[in-house]
Write a protein that binds this ligand. Structure first.
Ligand SMILES: NC(=O)c1ccc[n+]([C@@H]2O[C@H](COP(=O)([O-])OP(=O)(O)OC[C@H]3O[C@@H](n4cnc5c(N)ncnc54)[C@H](OP(=O)(O)O)[C@@H]3O)[C@@H](O)[C@H]2O)c1
Length: 326
């Protein structure tokens, strides 16, 4: 018994030490590494990045980082007005770059791949290079629930966007790389891909797939850097909050960490020290105990979301299933 307890204490201390070291490393990277995106640009060429889900949350903040580093930016997401406003904002801040956008609902558009790459080709023209792709768009279950409580359409949409669309985006991007310069492929995973979450089973499974896919394709090209980021909570429309604290970080902080993490060798990477510590502590708990604790927490969240949904007709509309065409 004593040996088990001292083993557990040692594991906790080890995890804390590793996370403190990670915190210090990232403090340094955040200071000395703001130019790391430039490594993926080719001198004398028009360097472009394509960011999906660019109009809000993490995608919007990451878009700002690429624009700041001198990339020309292609943005894709659902709402045209948000894309137009963001384009205006970015051009005011970074007048030297070019920005183009494609409004498209990738959960509803059957020709989404053809349309995405036709847009890319049209923007690139004869002298542009797509040097980076950020597969950020992702859908979560609207309300956490047991698998049988989710509608088939919702399950299909989450798998279709998180797995189907992302996979095909990766495939086409890798196929288009050449031997010169460096390319960057960022996939937005989630900590739930590492720690499967009851009541969010399909989302968790889709993000586990993203981690596996990113890891496996990281050797497909020698000059391709592949990353899958696995944060826990970022304050964004997806998490229905703008409030930040030690657990819910801002999209801007997440974007800063994403850029800093380009100097981190890990492919599947959680660059925020507190999320890493939280994940390490979760891994130390017996799996069944962890699942029981999570169910209790998630039932609380389920009630909160239902309350928010029913507060006003606007909130109801905002949270209504979006994959339905009716
Ligand atoms: N937030 C978190 O706590 C968290 C944690 C771990 C991982 N992640 C992952 O990080 C990524 C970004 O998350 P986020 O929280 O920033 O999401 P978000 O706040 O919901 O923003 C999503 C972005 O994607 C666009 N989008 C959503 N569904 C779309 C669709 N069907 N077709 C086209 N565009 C669509 C949205 O466009 P509109 O603005 O037009 O709606 C928006 O620009 C996701 O892959 C998510 O799974 C998030």
């Amino acid at each position: 018994m004593l040996a088990v307890l001292s083993g557990a204490a040692l594991a906790v201390v080890g995890a804390v030490v590793v996370c403190v070291l990670m915190f210090l490393k990232y403090q340094l990277l955040l200071k000395v590494n703001p130019g790391s995106l430039k490594r993926f640009q080719v001198k004398g060429k028009k360097n472009w990045v394509l960011i999906t889900g660019a109009s809000d949350g993490i995608g919007k903040a990451v878009t700002d980082k690429f624009a700041k580093s001198g990339f020309n930016v292609m943005m894709l997401s659902r709402t045209e007005s948000k894309l137009a406003t963001l384009k205006e904002e970015l051009l005011k801040k970074y007048p030297r770059i070019e920005i183009e956008y494609l409004p498209m609902d990738v959960a509803a558009e059957k020709e989404r791949h053809a349309k995405t790459w036709a847009f890319v080709d049209q923007v690139l023209g004869s002298d542009g290079e797509l040097r980076a792709l950020v597969n950020n768009v992702g859908m979560n279950m609207i309300i956490p629930a047991t698998i049988d409580e989710h509608e088939d359409d919702e399950i299909d949409a989450v798998i279709d966007v998180n797995v189907g669309y992302t996979t095909r985006m990766c495939r086409t991007y890798v196929a288009r790389t050449t031997k010169s310069g460096r390319y960057l492929l960022i996939n937005m995973g989630s900590a739930l891909g590492l720690h499967p979450c009851p009541y969010l089973a399909v989302y968790s499974a889709s993000k586990a797939y993203i981690n596996a896919l990113s890891t496996a394709i990281s050797r497909d090209r020698r000059n391709l850097t592949v990353k899958s980021f696995t944060p826990f909570y970022v304050a964004s429309p997806m998490t229905l909050t703008t409030r930040t604290d030690i657990m819910f970080i801002s999209p801007k902080k997440m974007a800063d960490l994403v850029v800093a993490a380009l100097r981190d060798n890990r492919i599947v990477c959680n660059p925020y020290w507190y999320h890493a510590l939280y994940g390490a502590m979760m891994s130390l708990l017996p799996k069944n105990k962890l699942l029981d604790i999570t169910v209790k927490q998630i039932r609380g969240q389920q009630k909160k979301i239902l309350r928010k949904m029913n507060r006003t007709p606007e909130s109801k509309a905002r949270l209504a299933p979006r994959w339905r065409k009716d």
